[in-house]
Ligand binder design. Structure first.
Ligand code: SF4
Length: 362
């Protein structure tokens, strides 16, 4: 077994030195910059995260600069990236470091793990990349590579599986420089041993890879539970007069916390278009002054990690807007671009020629 581990580790590291992508956060050992990149990449592909990494590292080059930003501003900068709790946690971690740790980013795994929004994977990544601490990263990529190469069928989401994979990863990291080994494992999982269409034909490990040799590449790794997804049905009402429109802030808990959206009616089922037009129920229920129902959208499906959102948008014009509940904010149309909106709303606005300009700073 020892030889097999050594062979695996050498081959992966060799592969990495030849195939690694030049990524900006690989050129630094500044834990703050590495942390920024790791949080951005938590649920995001490198291609999508890159622009956000540049935006954040330029606008907030130090922990202090991030800590002094407002939550609205950080959420606005994060707009379009999804999983907004990452941005909120990042801001409160930066404030914590500035306030409690004298602005000095913690320099070891245990202390990094205490930061808001940082789990074992991210703490291992930061402590190994910035401080060469011997902490193995174990995430979806690593599970997949280990499970396939060593032919491990223990479910990766079971307690037993988590222990087994962690032990193996801990043994492997001792064989190389921790920072390089972790990067190599992550890169190999992302580029070579990918979830679908793994690149086995030109894989340097294929001769000794159990999954490849036994035609198990597609069936490994194994997951015990399927993620349950609940369905929710939203109707957004875009109410405007000549110069203004209405938005509201979402609650502190739940999806899109503290972001902004149009007034929303949530229902048990999909609302039929005919129902919206005939009943004019939304316009009526809002007590609007001479409402004119304009465009009613098709249904937009938006997938989050545990929820599927089915959303419709109904555009209503009225003579004069007034607040129909305490949550409402009446804003000028040209101010909308300053508010952080969920991606679903940005997608909708960008597809409507009449509304597209609302997203821009005119
Ligand atoms: S041979 Fe295929 S399954 Fe095995 S490690 Fe290489 S890419 Fe992954």
């Amino acid at each position: 077994l020892k030889n097999n581990l050594l062979n695996f580790s050498n081959t992966i590291n060799n592969w990495y030195s030849k195939n690694k992508r030049d990524l900006p956060w690989r050129e630094t050992t500044d834990p703050y910059i590495i942390w920024l990149s790791e949080i951005i990449l938590q649920q995001t592909r490198v291609e999508q995260g890159m622009a956000y990494f540049h935006k954040f590292s330029n606008k907030y080059p130090t922990i202090e600069s991030l800590a002094s930003a407002s939550e609205d501003e950080v959420l606005k900068d994060w707009e379009g990236l999804g999983y907004y709790s990452r941005a909120r946690n990042m801001l409160s971690a930066a404030q914590f470091i500035t306030r409690e740790l004298n602005g000095k980013f913690p320099n070891n795994y245990t202390a990094i793990l205490k930061l808001k929004g940082v789990g074992t994977y991210t703490a291992a990544a930061i402590s190994s990349f910035a401080f060469n601490e011997e902490k193995a990263v174990v995430d979806g990529n690593v599970y997949r590579v280990l499970s396939r190469y060593f032919g491990i069928a223990t479910p990766i989401d079971s307690t037993k599986g988590k222990k087994e994979f962690q032990l193996l990863a801990d043994e492997l990291i001792q064989l190389q420089k921790p920072s390089v080994h972790n990067q190599a494992m992550m890169e190999f999982g992302a580029m070579q041993c990918t979830p679908k269409k793994a690149n086995c034909d030109d894989c340097p490990l294929k001769i000794s890879c159990v999954a490849f040799q036994n035609d198990l590449v597609q069936s490994l790794p194994i997951k015990e539970k399927k993620t349950k997804q609940s369905k929710r049905y939203f109707t957004y009402i875009i109410v405007s007069d000549a110069q203004h429109l209405i938005i509201q802030k979402r609650a502190e808990k739940g999806i899109w916390a503290n972001m902004y959206e149009f007034p929303l009616i949530e229902s048990e089922n999909l609302t039929e278009q005919s129902q919206l037009i005939n009943e004019q129920k939304f316009a009526g229920s809002l007590n609007l002054n001479n409402p004119k129902v304009g465009h009613i959208s098709d249904t937009y499906k938006h997938i989050l990690s545990h929820q599927q959102i089915f959303a419709r948008f109904i555009e209503i014009n009225t003579n004069k807007l007034f607040k129909f509940n305490d949550k409402c904010l009446i804003i000028k149309k040209e101010e909308l671009h300053q508010f952080a909106l969920p991606k679903l709303l940005v997608n909708y606005l960008s597809e409507r020629d009449d509304l597209l300009s609302l997203l821009n700073d005119n």
